[in-house]
Design a protein around this ligand. Structure first.
Ligand code: P6P
Length: 315
């Protein structure tokens, strides 16, 4: 049984960078324990205020953010935290070279119906500023709080999955994720079809046409409404996730956030052999202008992402 700590020790990465993963794993294990009890402790409700996105904060959004911040303060290698739940970055005095950008509890609107949610995070060199493209990430990962608690991480060359055991230890369960190049499963909120651009409409229409259309095969559709859950499925068995630009979110640049949703997930998918696009470029090439910037996100099986890119190229 390979534990996270002995797997990290065997990686050819700086021990200080590896310690950031250890910190996020410890925070995730603590959040998992809180979530398991949340329905009993009555914490699935609203916190009574909104975040910088203008979204109602759940009590557990705030609690999860506090847990992440508490663990980060205890790691001298981390000096900056950017969080979906905080308007401004937290600068921690006299601490090290790494910046963590996080969505501490993504998909929290699913909490009161016991659907998988997660913590997503990105690791950057804090000395290079807050607004770095995803290609500059030094590491990325997420925790998926589902039937099991998975911790999925990358330093770039590959992506690995760890599962929390009954002793509170993350053990290696998948050493090298490989997203199948081809897939017949797509994830998109089809209730927004009337808002989509022609490229998204064209791509999805081909999938709906299935074996009777140009795609020449039958597709299935899955939409959980929790990015971590949908992306984890794609990393484990292939598929494509789309939250594209549409006529309603275009003014904000898209729905999902670049620094702590699009970038870490795009890095993980790339490490597993998949691809990403905003429709115009790889998600990882977008140079941020704001720490809470939104961006269109399409990622997953390379052949499927290529079809979306082709639709945008002809638009
Ligand atoms: P919709 C959750 O709020 C989230 O940010 C992602 O986790 C998820 O993929 C998306 O929004 C769901 O969006 O429009 O289906 O509610």
């Amino acid at each position: 049984m390979t534990t996270l700590s002995n797997w990290l020790a065997a990686q050819s990465v700086d021990a200080k960078l590896a310690s950031v993963m250890t910190t996020m794993a410890a925070a995730s294990a603590e959040i998992a324990a809180v979530l398991r009890q949340s329905a009993i402790s009555g914490q699935t409700g609203l916190a009574g205020h909104t975040n910088v996105q203008g979204e109602d904060q759940k009590a557990l959004d705030v609690i999860s953010n506090d847990i992440v911040l508490n663990h980060i303060r205890q790691n001298p290698e981390i000096s900056i935290l950017v969080s979906e739940e905080l308007d401004e970055p937290v600068h921690i005095e006299n601490q090290g070279t790494y910046l963590v950008a996080t969505d501490p509890l993504d998909g929290s609107s699913n909490l009161d119906v016991n659907v998988t949610v997660g913590t997503i995070f990105s690791i950057l060199d804090a000395r290079k500023g807050l607004l770095q493209p995803g290609s500059a990430q030094l590491g990325a990962g997420y925790a998926a709080y589902g039937p099991a608690t998975s911790f999925v991480i990358t330093f770039g060359p590959s992506a690995a999955v760890f599962t929390l055991n009954d002793d509170g230890v993350f053990v290696l369960t998948t050493e090298k994720l490989a997203v199948p190049k081809a897939s017949a499963e797509y994830a998109i909120n089809t209730a927004r079809e009337r808002l989509w651009d022609d490229a998204t409409k064209g791509y999805v229409a081909e999938n709906v046409a299935g074996e009777t259309g140009p795609a020449g095969k039958r597709y299935n559709m899955r939409w959980i409404g929790s990015m971590v859950a949908d992306v984890h499925r794609i990393l484990m068995r292939g598929g494509i996730f789309l939250y594209p630009l549409d006529s309603e979110n275009a003014a904000k640049g898209g729905r999902l956030r670049l620094l702590y949703e699009g970038n870490p997930m795009a890095m993980l998918v790339a490490a597993a052999g998949g691809a990403s696009t905003t429709g115009q470029q790889s998600v990882l090439d977008v140079v941020p202008t704001d720490i809470h910037q939104r961006v269109p996100v399409v990622l997953g099986s390379a052949d499927e992402v290529a079809r979306v890119v082709a639709w945008y190229a002809q638009a």
